[in-house]
Write a protein that binds this ligand. Structure first.
Ligand code: SF4
Length: 406
C-alpha cells in the first residue's frame, strides 16, 4: 500500500474539529450547507489524499476506498467533486443503479469536468441483455470513451465466462472500450473466485466480503487463489447488513466497544476488511459528505484493531448469525425441491430494510424470473431451511418479500 503522510489527525484538523464523534457532527453541517470542506482547511494543513493500493496484476494504483454509486448522483454532483478532492478516485456504478441515474450522474460530471477523467478508475457493470449494446449504452451515459473496469454484474457461478465471453473481452479491449474485465458476485463468492483463478483472463472481482466472512477457511482459500492468479479484489457489502433491520443488544454492545476505542462500529468493520492486504479497494455507498468523511477518517487512522477488537467483531458475528444471509446459496438453492432464488431475494430485502433503498430493492427483485416472483409465497422451503448454515427463517422472509415487492 502506498501511504501518504496525511493522518486522520490532519484530516480532522482539515475539518476544524477534534474527534470522530465531533467530526460526524461537523460533517452533517457541511453536507447540509453543501459547502466544500476543503475551503475550511487551514493553510498549514496538507490536502487529504486517501492511500492507494495496487489492483492485482493490472498494476494500477486505486484508492483503497471506492465510491459506491447506488444513489441519485445526478442530484448530488458535489459528492463526486469532494470525493475526487480527497483522492477517492475509484468510482463504482452499474447500468441498473437508480434506473440509470447513477451512470447518468457520473456522465454529467465528466461532461463538465473532462480533465478529471484520467484521474478516475471508472467501474461499471452490465445489466443483462446483450453485452455490446449494454457497454455502448454505458459509454454513452458516462460520457467517456472507455471504462477502466467492466464487470459482469452479480455472477453466482462462472459458466458465462466461456470462450465466447473471452473473445468478446479481447475485442472490447482491442477497441479500447474497456481496459480490464471481471465480475461482481454476492452469491457463492468462494467458488466464483476459485473458478476465476483458473481462467487466466479475469482482471478483477468485486465480492461480498466482511468481518464475518473473511475468517472462514473457504473464503481464505478463495482469496489466496485469486490473489495468486493476479486478480484485483474489491470488497463490497462490508457492513454485513441484514434482511431484517432491527437493532439488537449485540449492535449496542459492539457500538459501545468501539466508541470507547474512538471509532464507530461502521468504521471498525471497514478497518477489519482493510487489514487484509489482498483487498485492493473497499466499495462503500457514500451518498453524502458525512459518510465519505467517516470512511476517510477510518482509512487514514493508523491504529490497528486489537485482539479485543477482533474478538468483539467475532462475538457480534456469532450473536447475529441468525439474521444475516452469508450469500452461501450453494446450500439453500441446492436443497431438494428448491425453486426460489433465495440469495437474491435476501439481498433485495437487505436493500429495502437495511439500506433504506426500496428502488434498488425492487430493481433487484424485478430481475428475478417471473415464475420465482409469483411463486415466492407458496414454495416449500423446509429443505432449504434445513440446509441453511445460519438457520434463517427462509419461508417467513420469502413470504414477507413476496408481499413487500408485490
Ligand atoms: S439463506 Fe442461508 S443458505 Fe441461503 S444464502 Fe442465505 S445464509 Fe446461505
Amino acid at each position: 500500500m502506498k501511504e501518504n503522510n496525511v493522518s486522520r489527525r490532519d484530516f480532522v484538523k482539515t475539518l476544524g474539529v477534534v474527534g470522530v464523534g465531533s467530526m460526524v457532527g461537523a460533517s452533517q453541517t457541511l453536507a447540509q450547507s453543501n459547502a466544500p470542506a476543503a475551503t475550511a482547511a487551514p493553510a498549514s494543513v496538507k490536502p487529504v489524499k486517501i492511500p492507494t493500493r495496487t489492483f492485482g496484476r493490472t498494476g494500477v494504483p486505486v484508492s483503497m476506498l471506492a465510491l459506491g454509486g447506488i444513489f441519485d448522483i445526478e442530484s448530488n454532483q458535489f459528492v463526486l467533486k469532494q470525493a475526487l478532492d480527497w483522492g477517492v478516485t475509484y468510482w463504482d456504478t452499474a447500468a441498473g443503479y437508480n434506473g440509470g441515474k447513477s451512470e447518468g450522474g457520473i456522465g454529467m460530471y465528466l461532461e463538465k469536468n473532462p480533465q478529471t477523467r484520467r484521474d478516475i478508475f471508472l467501474v461499471t457493470k452490465d445489466d443483462g441483455g446483450g453485452l455490446t449494446p449494454a457497454l455502448n449504452q454505458s459509454l454513452e451515459r458516462l460520457k467517456t470513451d472507455y471504462i477502466d473496469m467492466y464487470f459482469l454484474h452479480g455472477l453466482d457461478n462462472t459458466t458465462k465466462l466461456n470462450d465466447e465471453m473471452k473473445a468478446w473481452v479481447e475485442k472490447a479491449k482491442a477497441d479500447k472500450k474497456i481496459r480490464f474485465f471481471g465480475f461482481s458476485t454476492h452469491k457463492n463468492m468462494e467458488n466464483c473466485l476459485q473458478e476465476a483463478a483458473k481462467l487466466g483472463w479475469i482482471d478483477g472481482i468485486m465480492l461480498k466480503y466482511d468481518f464475518a466472512l473473511m475468517h472462514t477457511d473457504a473464503m481464505k482459500a478463495a482469496m489466496d487463489a485469486a490473489t495468486k492468479a493476479g486478480i484485483g479484489l474489491t470488497a463490497m457489502k462490508t457492513q454485513n447488513k441484514s434482511p431484517i433491520a432491527t437493532e439488537t443488544e449485540a449492535d449496542l454492545k459492539l457500538g459501545g466497544h468501539f466508541i470507547q476505542r474512538g471509532f464507530t462500529q461502521q468504521q471498525a468493520k471497514i478497518k477489519a476488511v482493510w487489514e487484509n492486504p489482498q483487498i485492493a479497494s473497499l466499495c462503500s455507498q457514500m451518498p453524502s459528505l458525512t459518510v465519505i468523511q467517516s470512511n476517510i477518517a477510518a482509512a487514514l487512522d493508523k491504529t490497528s484493531l486489537t485482539a479485543a477488537d477482533h474478538a468483539a467483531l467475532r462475538e457480534y458475528a456469532e450473536a447475529t448469525r441468525s439474521r444475516h444471509c452469508a450469500g452461501c446459496a450453494q446450500f439453500c438453492e441446492a436443497a431438494p425441491g428448491h425453486q426460489a432464488p433465495v440469495g437474491d431475494v435476501m439481498r433485495a430485502l437487505m436493500y429495502h430494510r437495511s439500506y433504506g433503498d426500496p428502488e434498488l430493492a425492487r430493481t433487484v427483485f424485478r430481475q428475478l424470473p417471473e415464475t420465482a416472483r409469483r411463486g415466492l409465497a407458496s414454495f416449500d422451503y423446509a429443505a432449504a431451511e434445513r440446509a441453511c448454515p445460519h438457520g434463517l427463517p427462509i419461508a417467513q422472509w420469502m413470504r414477507e418479500a413476496g408481499e413487500l415487492f408485490a
